[in-house]
Design a binder for this molecule. Structure first.
Ligand code: F0G
Length: 462
């Protein structure tokens, strides 16, 4: 008999509106995928049964958020919806200057184009792709300093998203504090498997920043999910609410950038929050030139209303427990089947080690992309390769310099799929395991010079 403790984790919501999804045949999917040159980014969503491409902007809003949409104030300046959002974000971040943006990368572009420039250095636990791109676009350098043990997909550590503080200090000494534009903490650490960052680690980074008078930026698009892990894993925080934990962490920073498409529980939106008045004025000028007036920044009043509500809802303990546990449920069941998953399971996604799953497929034949294609063909599931297709480079002889790992990310949209959808995904892996020895690699037939994973074309090697 199941006790209250080990009962099935039921979704803490009921469904009020449904969007049909269609199951196609394997033969149909094989044909469609061939037409898309084995790159699921080129698929039409109508041909996808379960879409795990990203957790960004793909969540479902609550009835309260939809009600808020109807209340959206579309005034150009000083809208009620803006004042509502500004209040909520001031309370969360503790920062006095709040700028709305249309999504996360717009906040990054504004901030890093002011802080960056040739000769400047940014140091992070891991820069997300758009963060790195916005920094490098200014001519500055972006350096990741993850602890060595966190790069091993099998070591079980509570905070594998942390920055290596010794390496941080060494880099500051090497480049000189004057060259360091900012230290950026990404919570949770998306590119490192959605792993959490401890409060202790951020406090230590704050201390180092104070010592060298450096700016600390938190990229907190999943700060609520990170708070869940802190409450569970850092004893000093066990008694605190998730919101209070996030508030404490954000108060350690000088700036907070957020893609609200994640823990803002909205489909579009972003934030740039600052402590410094002079910097906020510079940012506001750029915001007005490129995004919109300072009280809407590229968003509709209804988007801001929904975001203000989402940023409160995301800290609901039932929601956060369901969110983190349901991602772990997928990861734990895959592990139990013998699928090599990155361990422990992070907040928003399960990462699979495709090199370990298909040891007979060499790295230059892209085992991660093979798994991505198999999941679509066998189950209508769409996900993304995070390996040598995404990060691979070439040497002078055009030989592939592979990525560190050949991973595949199954990202979980918020409040969208039920447990039976997840069980279905787990079942599809039985077919993956059954056919894995017959699988052959892929070769690239077309690739653009940057961000090739979005538009690359492939051919099967048999
Ligand atoms: N920072 C992090 C840590 C992110 O994960 C993302 C987006 C951004 C910044 C940029 O935000 O998309 O609103 O401009 N991550 C998405 C993903 C795209 O699939 O992980 P954006």
């Amino acid at each position: 008999m199941k006790t209250t403790k080990n009962r099935t984790l039921a979704e803490p919501f009921r469904i009020k509106m449904v969007e049909p999804v269609t199951m196609t045949t394997e033969a149909y999917r094989e044909e469609v995928l061939k037409q898309c040159a084995y790159n699921p980014f080129l698929l039409h969503s109508k041909d996808v049964f379960i879409d795990l491409l990203t957790d960004s902007g793909t969540g479902a809003m609550s009835d309260r958020q939809w009600a808020g949409m109807m209340m959206g104030d579309e005034s150009y300046a000083g809208a009620k919806s803006w004042l509502h959002l500004e209040n909520v974000v001031k309370e969360l971040s503790g920062m006095p200057y709040i700028l709305p943006t249309h999504q996360g990368r717009a906040a990054e572009r504004i901030l890093y184009s002011i802080l960056g420039g040739k000769g400047k250095v940014f140091i992070s636990n891991t820069h997300f792709d758009t963060t790195r791109a916005n920094i490098e676009f200014t001519g500055a350098t972006a350096i990741d300093v993850m602890p060595l043990e966190a790069r091993d997909p099998n070591i079980d550590l509570p905070f594998k998203g942390n920055i290596d503080t010794q390496a941080l200090e060494a880099l500051i000494a090497q480049h000189g504090a004057n060259a360091i534009a900012a230290v950026i903490m990404t919570v949770t650490n998306n590119s490192a498997g959605g792993q959490p960052v401890s409060m202790q680690n951020v406090k230590e980074v704050r201390r180092i920043c104070d010592q060298h008078k450096l700016m600390l930026v938190i990229d907190g698009c999943r700060v609520a999910e990170n708070s869940y892990f802190i409450k569970q894993r850092e004893t000093a925080y066990a008694h605190m609410t998730y919101e209070a934990i996030a508030q404490e962490m954000l108060r350690l920073a000088d700036a907070f950038v957020m893609s609200a498409k994640k823990d803002g529980l909205v489909n579009m939106g972003g934030l740039l929050c600052l402590k410094d008045e002079a910097l906020s004025m510079q940012c506001t000028n750029l915001l007005i030139i490129s995004e919109g007036f300072a009280t809407y920044g590229g968003l509709s009043g209804r988007d801001m209303e929904a975001m203000a509500i989402g940023l409160k809802e995301v800290f609901d303990p039932d929601y956060l427990h369901y969110r983190i546990r349901s991602t772990a449920y997928l990861g734990e069941h895959l592990k139990a089947k013998g699928i090599p998953v990155v361990w422990p399971i992070g907040g928003h996604a399960v990462y699979i080690d495709a090199k370990a799953l298909y040891p007979h497929i060499p790295v230059h034949e892209y085992p991660g992309q093979v798994l991505v294609c198999d999941l679509y063909t066998l189950g209508g599931i769409r996900c993304v390769e995070v390996g040598s297709v995404m990060f691979g480079k070439y040497d002078a002889d055009h030989q592939l310099i592979p990525a560190q790992n050949e991973l595949v990310r199954l990202a979980i949209p918020r409040r969208v799929y039920t447990q039976s959808h997840v069980d279905y995904v787990i079942d599809v892996f039985d077919d993956i395991l059954e056919r894995r020895d017959q699988k052959r690699g892929l070769k690239i037939t077309y690739e653009p010079p940057f961000l090739r994973h979005f538009t690359a074309r492939f051919e099967k090697l048999y």
